[in-house]
Design a protein around this ligand. Structure first.
Ligand code: PLP
Length: 396
């Protein structure tokens, strides 16, 4: 039977990680990885998380099933952090814990497919490579429009307008809430307002992916767009991940929030997402969500987490400033946000960076700003120049 299957290509990022770790050159720099790294190149467990894990270890007296909604304390305590004053959404929001942001995206896509089988998901390109496959696997049609121009490192707003103009009522628009992956290019506030106008006039459903809250400009600032969208529309979905801002990656911590028109719909949506979760993974893994809940229940641990998050953000933005200061052609990097920027380069140039300079980024030119030290800015710029990767930026 299995002879009918064709092999899937190996995960390019895993190959990159392996190639970097087996590279004997001492000066190697890993800008390819998709996680936060501290100044020592580690991705440590946060102190607030460690403290919460100790509390969980000492106090948890049962591991009996929780149910498909997962830890309601977890998804509830996150709500004010994401959405602000929850009285605005009284009776209008269904919440469910999911295995990471990925699980939330998948479950949301399945809910949309069940609610509106003919809907198309509209995604701006480039985007996180998993977005289109997740929506397609859930049975939605997927259409991509241009989101950003990497040569000029700006939003291609005409491309976005054209993509949304082609959408039919009830189509889904995937929007990165902040810290766009892979470009680091977020919409301006005016662009968000225009997108909301289009979404309302075309009667589209916004599906916000918020995977990096706090890693851009701050917890409140990074939630600005999500809050504005939810304040402006009747129905929306938010896929949230705690895997980056709590450093919990492998523990798979996320939540799906669905905004509805009122309590009756909320109850129906809640029962539908619970059913979809039940037939997909029955219930989400508990540990990471329980730990996050404990961090958010205890003011001392919440303060500790916020400090650690501030430090992560300061390091990323400090590296952005260092790279921008090292060459005027990279000035755009400073204004971008989140872990990533996407330099304009060919695959041959990315390979050249690896082979001749021991600098690792994806073949598409995505760099992780947390993978470098400020002192690496000089060697990175020299390598980019040697491989001709800054020609487009010079010309812009
Ligand atoms: C934009 C975006 N959305 C969602 C996710 C998924 O996050 P998680 O690891 O919580 O599934 C990622 C992870 O890299 C991401 O970059």
């Amino acid at each position: 039977m299995f002879e009918a299957l064709a092999a899937k290509p190996p995960d390019a990022l895993l190959g990159l990680i392996k190639a970097h770790s087996s590279d004997p050159r001492a000066h190697r720099i890993d800008l390819g990885v998709g996680v936060y790294r501290d100044a020592d190149g580690n991705t440590p467990v946060l102190k607030a998380v460690k403290a919460a894990e100790r509390i969980l270890h000492d106090t948890q007296d049962s591991k009996k099933y929780l149910g498909p909604e997962g830890d309601a304390g977890f998804s509830g305590l996150l709500q004010p952090i994401i959405f602000g004053d929850m009285r605005r959404f009284e009776g209008r929001m269904a919440a469910l814990q999911t295995p990471g942001g990925t699980g939330a995206l998948r479950l949301g896509a399945e809910l949309l497919r069940a609610a509106r089988p003919g809907a198309t998901a509209r995604v701006g390109a480039p985007t996180w490579p998993n977005h289109a496959p997740i929506f397609a696997s859930a049975g939605l049609a997927v259409e991509a429009h241009t989101f950003a121009d990497l040569k000029s490192q700006t939003v291609d707003f005409d491309g976005v307008r054209a993509g949304l103009a082609a959408a039919a009522p009830g189509d889904v628009v995937l929007l990165h809430g902040c810290c766009h992956n892979p470009t680091g290019i977020d919409f301006s506030r005016d662009q968000w307002r225009e997108i909301i106008d289009i979404v309302k006039s075309q009667r589209l459903i916004p599906f916000i992916d918020l995977a990096y809250q706090g890693l851009g400009d701050g917890l409140e600032e990074d939630a600005w767009a999500t809050r504005l969208v939810l304040d402006s529309v009747d129905e929306a979905l938010v896929a949230y991940s705690c895997d980056k801002n709590f450093g919990l990656y492998r523990d798979r911590v996320g939540a799906l929030y669905v905004l509805t028109r009122g309590p009756a719909e909320t109850a129906t949506v809640a029962s539908n997402v619970a059913w979809l979760a039940r037939v997909a993974w029955s219930m989400p893994p508990d540990h990471g969500a329980a730990v996050t809940r404990i961090v958010l229940e205890r003011p001392d641990l919440t303060a500790m987490w916020r400090e650690e998050l501030d430090a992560m953000r300061a390091r990323i933005n400090g590296n952005r400033a260092a790279l921008a200061a090292a060459d005027p052609a990279l000035a755009f990097v400073e204004a971008q946000r989140g872990l990533f920027s996407n330099l304009f380069m060919t695959k041959a140039q990315a390979v050249g960076l690896r082979e001749r300079h021991a600098i690792y980024c994806t073949d598409s030119g995505r760099i992780n700003l947390a993978g470098m030290q400020p002192a690496d800015a000089g060697p990175i710029v020299a390598a980019l120049r040697a491989e001709g990767c800054l020609a487009a930026a010079d010309a812009a």
